[in-house]
Design a protein around this ligand. Structure first.
Ligand SMILES: [Zn+2]
Length: 244
C-alpha cells in the first residue's frame, strides 16, 4: 500500500513528533464495517472507535463544523458506502458527528446507500450529507460543461432526496484545479474539500479545505497526524492533485 508505506509512516511519525501541533484538522475515511464489508477501503468499526478514543484522549473535540483554530477534529466519509448506515448506532452511542460525501450515480447500487437510507441519514443529527459529484470522474479531465453538470446535477439530486441545501463538494480522487474551484463556486458550493493534508484553516487557493486520510492508521500514526505530522506531505499532494 503506497500511502502507508514505511517511508511515509516514518516521515509522518517523525514530523509529528517534532511539530506537536494542536491545530484543528479534518480527517477522512471511506467506510466502517462490522460483519459486512463493502469496500477494501473500509475501517473495522472497533478500530474506528479506538480512533475516536485516541482523538478525545488527546483533547480534541469531534465537531460537525470546525470553528476554532485548535483542538477540533471533523470527520468525513467519502463515496457513500452502506457500512456507515449499518453502524449508525455507534455514531449515536459515541456521539460522533460525520460528514458524508455521496456519489449520486451509485445511490441504490450494491454496497452503496439507498435513497431511503440517505433520507434517514439526512435527518440524523450526527450526519451531514454532501456531494462527491454524480460519477466520481477525475474532474480535471472533463470539459467545463461536463464539470458543471457533475457538480450541479449531484447538488440538485441530493437536495431533492435530503430536502436541504447541499453546500459542500469533495473532489473525486482528490483532483482539482482553478477551473473546478471557480465552477464549484458558480453552482453554489460554499465549501470545497481536497485530499491534501494540513491545518483546517490553512485553505488552499483561498477556499479549498485540507483533509488527512486515516482509514488504515494505527494509533501511533493517528496521533502523529493529530500533531500535524502529515502536513509536511502537503506539497507532494498538491503536485499530485492540483492539475493546472
Ligand atoms: Zn471518492
Amino acid at each position: 500500500m503506497i500511502f502507508f508505506s514505511k517511508t511515509r509512516n516514518f516521515i509522518v511519525n517523525f514530523n509529528g513528533f517534532i511539530s506537536n501541533s494542536k491545530a484543528s484538522k479534518c480527517i477522512y475515511y471511506h467506510d466502517i464495517h462490522s460483519d459486512n464489508k463493502y469496500t477494501e477501503m473500509s475501517t473495522p468499526v472497533n478500530i474506528f472507535i479506538k480512533h475516536i478514543e485516541t482523538i478525545r484522549k488527546r483533547n480534541f473535540e469531534i465537531v460537525s463544523n470546525i470553528n476554532n483554530q485548535k483542538n477540533q477534529i471533523k470527520i468525513c466519509f467519502d463515496d457513500g458506502f452502506k457500512g456507515l448506515y449499518e453502524n449508525l448506532d455507534k455514531l449515536h452511542l459515541y456521539k460522533i458527528p460525520v460528514q458524508i460525501f455521496i456519489i449520486t450515480s451509485l445511490i441504490d447500487t450494491p454496497g452503496y446507500l439507498t435513497k431511503s437510507e440517505l433520507v434517514k441519514l439526512s435527518k440524523d443529527e450526527f450526519v451531514d450529507v454532501q456531494s462527491h459529484t454524480c460519477n466520481h470522474h477525475s474532474l480535471h479531465a472533463l470539459s467545463e460543461s461536463i464539470i458543471k453538470q457533475e457538480l450541479e446535477d449531484s447538488k440538485n439530486i441530493l437536495e431533492d432526496i435530503c430536502g436541504k441545501e447541499i453546500s459542500a463538494i469533495c473532489y473525486p480522487k482528490g483532483y482539482f484545479n482553478s477551473t473546478i474551484i471557480r465552477i464549484a463556486k458558480e453552482v453554489g458550493y460554499k465549501f470545497q474539500y481536497s485530499s491534501i493534508p494540513g491545518k483546517y484553516f490553512d485553505n488552499l487557493y483561498h477556499v479549498v479545505k485540507r483533509r488527512s486520510l486515516v482509514q488504515f492508521a494505527d494509533e501511533k500514526y493517528l496521533i502523529n497526524v493529530l500533531r500535524g505530522g502529515d502536513n509536511i506531505l502537503s506539497h507532494w499532494y498538491i503536485f499530485k492533485h492540483f492539475k493546472s
